[in-house]
Structure formats: structure tokens, C-alpha cells
Design a protein around this ligand. Structure first.
Ligand code: V47
Length: 381
């Protein structure tokens, strides 16, 4: 029988539910977010994670590609440091050849997944993306493509004057395998109108993910935390994700996204420039996500966002996925991240082993590509 030591007696009833695999309520989630017993919380989340994933920790030999940073929401998403207006300094839109050339720059391990997201360009049509996906698959046989957030899908549907289902169907025909979880931010209308007024609404974000699931396109989900949201807002958001998954079952991973406040209006307005979310809150978001989203199989830490060091500790706080080699991360580095831009394949393996876990290289749908032993080897980043 598992023994979990708790210092916060408020967590005892939650612990009973976790041990007997009972669903947590919104109030349970709030108690978890409010506790200072981070070790107790982590032990519960670790238990819940090991019940699903054992000691396996997933990673991907992947490359992030961001074909354009030109975005019609440049002055809408107050938290974003990546977007530019078409004529603004630093604006770029890659040609197909330029993105294909960037896709060749990964070294050391064959790329098995391309993660493609970018701005909502006012002129690029669907064929820009279908051509890119088709060409990437031609040049990299067997590679998976995880591309375009629900917000980008809805934008392309507007440009093409068609439905989001039609856009998804055509992307799938071109080779789209899965979709990333970005663009969810915080679903609650109060927060959403403060940080991203006029962006795709939460109901539409959820609808696009349901449509993708119905087409057998698995997706991820996220929550952007550490700005104006309350703990109640976080729980409302997680509850909407859990309901979505109850209904359609296509979510693969939840990724809590730590707000980076440099070079964006929200960071300036909140006086947060030069700061980061606390490690305490980063771990709480991982652990509560693992415990509350009992129907989502994986919880991922995006290591370039919260540092490799915090991500390694998170592997004992409910997290079973480290993202991947990444190669060149732009979204968080534009917003002040000081982490490396990418990590080597061997570095990721050593990093997982040094946490006493079993590294498993996965494809986008979490099929095992390579499994390594869990020998403890000293890790360097
Ligand atoms: O949609 C933008 C967020 C997302 C900031 O699904 C910011 O596997 C914090 O979704 N501070 C893009 N967050 C990243 C993303 C992602 C990353 C890794 C893996 C997966 C996956 C998804 O990043 C955006 C937005 O929600 N974001 N700016 C910022 N300053």
C-alpha cells in the first residue's frame, strides 16, 4: 500500500480520492493550488502519474518550426512577444524553401516530429501550409507533423471562406498528424478579455479540438498561467479541458505554460519585466494538472520555458514528458527565456536517467520509438 506523508491536513480527503482513483472536484483542485505542502502535493501527483505511466518519461526527437511571426493579433494578445505587424522591425515570413532548409539544420538524431506554429498571417492561404506539410513528409519519410493551433485553424477557415472541419480535413490529407495545444490561454471570459480580447473564444477553441478528434487528429491542451488569472480561473479552465476530454477523448497531453513577461504589453502593465514565475508555482501547475485531468494520459513540461532544471524535478511532481530536442525555440526566447534554444538527444536521455526515470523516445501519438534503460548517469545540459 502506497504511503504518502502529508503536512497539510486539508489534503487528506483529496489523498483518499487520489489513492482510490476517484475524480477530484473543483474545490479539491483549489485546495491543492492553495497548499504550501508542495512535497505532499508532489507525492500525490507522482502517485497518479506512476499509475498511468510507471517510471517512463517521454521525449521526442523534434524540431520547432515557426514559418512566420506576422500576426493580425499583434496588438490583441497582450502576453505575446513573438508577433509582429507586416511592416514592423523583425517581421519575417519564410518561403517554403527557407522553412525546408531550416528543417534540415537538426543534427545528431533523425527528426521524428515537426512542431509548426506561427502568427495569423493576413495573406497566407491554406496551400502555404499543405505544401509545407507535404514537402516536409517527402523530405523526411516517416516524420510526424504536429501543426497549427485551433486559433490558426479558425483563421485559415476565415481566409479560405470555409469551415474549420474542411481546413482540418485538407490538412490531414496533406499529412497533418496531430495538433499542438496552444492558443487556449485562460478560457474564463474575464481573463480572456483582459489578455486576449477578440482572440478566438474558448467555445470555438474547444469546438475545433472536438472536430479534430472526430477526424482522428489527436491534440494537446495548454493553460497560460502566472499573470492576472485567479486560482478559480485556473480551475474553471482545467474543468473545461476535462469535460472536453470526457466527451471526445482525443487529448494526448496537457502542458501548463508559464507566462514570460519580457517584451510584451502584459508584462509591462503588470510590472513583471525581468521576473519569472516561481518554481513553486511551476511545480504546482504540473502537479494539479496531473491530479485533476485524470482523463488526459500525459502531462508535459516544455523545458525551454521553465528551465531544464525545474523540468527535471517536475518528473517527480506528476510530469511524464519533457517535450524534445526542439532545436530552435523562438516564442519563449522572444519573451525573455534564458534557457538553451535546443537540447541534444543524448542530453535528454541523460537528463531523464539522472532523475531515476526510464527515457522513452516517442512519436507524436506516444508510440514508443526507442526505449533506454534507467541507469543513472551524470547529466549535463
Ligand atoms: O499559444 C505565447 C503561449 C503558446 C507567451 O502542444 C506564451 O506540444 C508564456 O502552445 N509567455 C505556444 N506563454 C506554445 C505552445 C506549446 C509549446 C510546447 C509544446 C506544445 C504542444 C505547445 O505559448 C501560445 C501561447 O499560449 N505564449 N507567449 C509568453 N510570453
Amino acid at each position: 500500500m502506497e504511503r504518502i506523508t502529508l503536512r497539510d491536513s486539508k489534503l487528506e480527503s483529496v489523498a483518499e480520492k487520489v489513492l482510490s482513483n476517484e475524480r477530484l472536484s473543483l474545490d479539491d483542485g483549489l485546495d491543492l493550488f492553495k497548499t504550501n505542502d508542495i512535497v505532499g502535493l508532489g507525492s500525490l501527483a507522482d502517485f497518479a502519474n506512476r499509475r498511468i505511466n510507471g517510471d517512463r518519461v517521454y521525449f521526442s526527437s523534434n524540431q520547432h518550426l515557426n514559418p512566420t511571426n506576422v500576426c493580425i493579433l499583434r496588438n490583441v494578445c497582450a502576453f505575446c512577444s513573438f508577433a509582429r505587424t507586416p511592416k514592423e522591425d523583425g517581421a519575417y515570413t519564410q518561403s517554403l524553401e527557407e522553412t525546408l532548409a531550416e528543417a534540415e539544420t537538426a543534427s545528431g538524431s533523425p527528426t521524428r516530429e515537426f512542431h509548426i506554429v506561427g502568427g495569423l498571417h493576413p495573406k497566407l492561404t491554406l496551400s502555404y501550409y499543405t505544401d509545407l506539410i507535404t514537402a516536409l513528409k517527402e523530405h523526411h519519410p516517416g516524420v510526424h507533423v504536429k501543426a497549427l493551433t485551433a486559433v490558426e485553424i479558425a483563421h485559415l477557415a476565415r481566409i479560405e471562406k470555409t469551415s474549420t472541419v474542411d481546413v482540418l480535413t485538407r490538412l490531414k490529407a496533406a499529412g497533418l498528424d496531430t495538433m499542438p495545444g496552444g492558443g487556449a490561454e485562460v478560457f474564463g471570459t474575464g481573463v480572456r478579455s483582459t489578455i486576449a480580447e477578440r482572440k478566438l473564444g474558448s467555445a470555438e477553441w474547444i469546438r475545433v479540438h472536438k472536430e479534430a478528434h472526430a477526424l482522428d487528429i489527436n491534440t494537446n491542451c495548454t493553460m497560460l498561467y502566472g499573470h492576472v488569472e485567479t486560482l478559480e480561473d485556473r480551475m474553471e479552465h482545467l474543468n473545461m479541458l476535462r469535460e472536453l476530454q470526457d466527451e471526445s477523448g482525443g487529448l494526448l497531453a496537457y502542458i501548463p505554460l508559464a507566462f514570460h513577461p519580457d517584451n510584451n504589453d502584459l508584462g509591462r502593465e503588470l510590472g513583471l519585466e525581468g521576473t519569472t514565475t516561481s518554481g513553486f508555482d511551476d511545480l504546482k501547475n504540473i502537479a494539479v494538472g496531473r491530479l485533476f485531468l485524470d482523463n488526459v494520459p500525459h502531462v508535459k513540461t516544455h523545458w525551454p520555458m521553465v528551465t531544464p532544471f525545474l523540468s527535471q524535478v517536475a518528473l517527480h511532481f506528476g510530469c511524464d514528458d519533457l517535450e524534445g530536442t526542439v532545436v530552435y525555440e523562438r516564442v519563449y526566447h522572444d519573451a525573455g527565456a534564458h534557457t538553451p534554444l535546443g537540447m541534444s538527444y543524448e542530453g535528454l536521455i541523460e537528463f531523464i536517467q539522472a532523475a531515476g526515470k526510464t527515457p522513452v523516445e516517442r512519436d507524436s501519438r506516444y508510440n514508443t520509438v526507442n526505449e533506454f534503460d534507467s541507469d543513472l548517469t551524470p547529466a549535463t545540459v
